[in-house]
Design a protein around this ligand. Structure first.
Ligand SMILES: [Zn+2]
Length: 451
């Protein structure tokens, strides 16, 4: 870390890695979560440093922890957010026990090490360091580690926004994101996510005629009709959306100028994406979800319980994610267009519809982030995109339309391909140097924003 006393860096490396190790040893696999143990650990850890926060949330075994630190004068507020729960881990597949929190070979190992107990620890150390020097900023910095993110059932952030806006209301939110850099020639590209895609998951109920399967019922078999529906969905050419969310990735990372132009032209982009996938499949999979929505059929269920009986219903479940600014009406129009003329009787039912949302960019928060990144990584570039997954930032934007909520947890040493492959995967681990950098980053962004 540029400009920092090596003894201080060593101290923060020790402090963050010990805390992360203890956090990993608390199994918060969701389901069921059991996050209250993390909230209690953090309350005790802060109390040990003379800082009092609050354990909040329902039910009792799924609590969050929040601590607000007031600066010297009133001013804007920044919330440092991270979730306490993790996805489950199958110990047999790992090199080390996934809830050991082992520190070895320069890494902290275990479930949650990069998603996202690293931030639970790093943000805490940032808060402690800000408090230790007398909170030298104008405004408020809030620390929150929250339950129920990985399979959101309405607790965690959603509960807090509804029941404790006094703790949650903030002008700026800095949350987890896909924050490791992408190498780009001699530069390092950090992608900040200013929005989240929404979902428009639906099922298509395909109707048929019951009957004895020994009599081939070619016209009324719902299974055959459902197969035609799946084929038609897969073959349908969906409209391409070329917006800001894919611009920086294409501009920085596609070297071939001719391919770059085709990727920015909606009439040629699908074919160009196929060409890109031949040359650089990883980059193509990053860009494709930013080109609008796609139909991904995932479950097929027939209501026949016997192999010799034709079903009256076959239900196809389809995953579909929309960019912010788009809605389920567009999805339904495309389903109708795709299935126009297909020999099948069907109806559409929504499973889960959440419209995506986004914050403006650039803002004082993105400029503070850029300044701090460049301080430590001189060749850093900051780009803006949307999260193709889903984070709790969505709920802040839904509750407070004027909030600026961004996702970014930068790793300075290890690149995107290394870090991202470990999230939700075996042998999840974080480089201790990167973990400590995340503490300095949060601290310095707060100071830069609230100067
Ligand atoms: Zn996460």
């Amino acid at each position: 870390m540029a400009g920092l006393d090596p003894a201080v860096v060593a101290e923060v490396e020790r402090e963050t890695s010990e805390l992360l190790s203890r956090l990993i040893q608390i199994d918060t696999s969701n389901p069921p979560g059991n996050e209250t143990a993390v909230a209690e650990l953090m309350a005790a850890w802060f109390r040990g440093h003379g800082l009092e926060g609050e354990i909040v949330g329902e039910p009792a075994d799924r609590a969050s922890f929040v601590l607000r630190l007031e600066g010297r004068r009133p001013g804007p507020s920044l919330l440092l957010l991270a979730h306490e729960d993790v996805v489950p881990a199958c110990a047999a597949d790992w090199q080390v026990p996934p809830f050991s929190g082992l520190i070895k070979d320069g890494y902290v190992w275990g479930r949650g090490a990069v998603d996202i107990k690293n931030l639970v620890a790093a943000n805490a150390v940032a808060m402690r360091r800000l408090a230790a020097v007398g909170a030298p900023f104008d405004g408020t910095v809030t620390y929150a580690c929250t339950a129920d993110e990985e399979s959101c059932t309405g607790g965690g952030v959603r509960w807090l926004l509804e029941h404790r806006p006094d703790l949650m209301r903030s002008d700026y939110v800095l949350n987890e994101g896909d924050g490791a850099f992408i190498p780009c020639g001699d530069r390092r590209l950090f992608m900040l996510q200013s929005g989240e895609k929404g979902t428009a998951q639906f099922r298509l109920v395909v109707h048929g005629q019951a009957g004895h399967a020994s009599v081939p019922l070619r016209r009324g078999n719902a299974v055959l009709a459902a197969a035609r529906v799946v084929e038609a969905l897969a073959a349908h050419e969906l409209p391409v959306v070329i917006d800001e969310s894919s611009r920086v990735l294409v501009e920085f990372l596609v070297e071939d100028a001719e391919l770059r132009d085709r990727l920015r032209d909606a009439t040629q982009a699908r074919a160009a994406l196929a060409d890109l996938a031949d040359r650089d499949p990883q980059l193509a999979t990053m860009i494709e979800p930013l080109y609008g929505f796609a139909f991904s059929p995932t479950i097929v269920q027939s209501n026949s319980v016997a192999v010799n009986v034709f079903p009256t219903r076959v239900v196809l479940s389809v995953d579909c994610r929309m960019l912010a600014g788009h809605d389920e009406g567009e999805v339904e129009d495309e389903v109708r267009a795709a299935l126009d003329g297909v020999d099948a009787q069907w109806e559409l039912e929504w499973i889960n519809v959440i419209r995506g949302n986004s914050s403006p960019y650039p803002t004082p928060l993105s400029e503070a982030i850029r300044t701090v990144l460049r301080r430590h990584v001189p060749n850093a570039e900051l780009g803006d995109t949307q999260s193709v997954g889903f984070t709790d930032s969505h709920w802040f934007r839904a509750a407070y339309p004027d909030v600026v909520a961004y996702n970014l947890d930068p790793h300075f040493e290890e690149c995107h391909a290394d870090v991202w492959a470990r999230a939700h995967n075996v042998d999840e681990r974080i480089l201790v140097r990167d973990l400590a950098s995340q503490a300095f980053f949060a601290e310095q962004v707060a100071l830069e924003l609230l100067r």
